[in-house]
Design a protein around this ligand. Structure first.
Ligand SMILES: CC(C)(COP(=O)(O)OP(=O)(O)OC[C@H]1O[C@@H](n2cnc3c(N)ncnc32)[C@H](O)[C@@H]1OP(=O)(O)O)[C@@H](O)C(=O)NCCC(=O)NCCS
Length: 153
């Protein structure tokens, strides 16, 4: 099942779909910044992001050539912080697990992730992929992906 999903780098042509997914109400609920983002601000953010691959990497997940989700890696101290969104129309079908399990296997550096404690679907996926709960601060769960998972996976 996982092998049916392809991860490719995001490009400017993905701007509209990425903005649509970002402004989706459920995505906003799961985000730290819950503001609706304007097209202008988004275009600038995407353009800057694509020009700094050492700081941020963005992928589009596709199944049979259809975009089904996105993953992001942000450079933080000594690690990459992963975040993810599944296209609203294909949620509830296991896409997040497919995307993330493929993505974590492609990294050989430390990974971390933050998930809101009430985002049950996302924390279930994170744990299934191999992330381990490190700590909780307020309503946010902080996950780490242990190095041993790279060896095992
Ligand atoms: C959260 C999200 C990534 C989940 O992706 P998905 O591919 O739709 O995940 P699925 O629903 O197929 O699988 C998640 C698992 O959690 C379970 N789940 C979903 N909602 C749940 C809930 N409210 N309570 C308990 N379990 C739940 C599902 O049943 C499934 O488990 P299963 O495979 O054992 O049945 C997706 O809904 C999304 O993009 N949401 C908006 C953005 C977001 O929250 N991003 C993550 C930020 S950390």
């Amino acid at each position: 099942m996982t092998d049916l999903l392809n991860l490719r780098s995001a490009e400017m042509a993905d701007a509209e779909r990425l903005l649509e997914w970002r402004n989706d109400p459920t995505t906003r609920e799961a985000s730290h910044n819950q503001d609706v983002i304007s097209l202008d601000v988004h275009i600038e953010w995407l353009s800057n992001s694509l020009n700094k691959p050492d700081q941020r990497q963005l992928w589009i997940a596709e199944i049979d050539g259809v975009a089904v989700g996105t993953c992001r890696a942000d450079r933080v101290e000594n690690a990459w912080e992963l975040s993810w969104t599944v296209a609203p129309e294909v949620r509830g079908k296991g896409v997040a697990y497919q995307m993330l399990s493929k993505l974590v296997r492609s990294f050989d550096e430390s990974l971390v992730a933050q998930v809101k404690a009430d985002n049950f679907g996302s924390l279930k996926v994170a744990e299934r992929v191999g992330f381990v709960l490190d700590k909780q601060e307020g309503s946010v769960l902080f996950y780490v992906y242990p190095k041993t998972s790279f060896i095992a996976g």
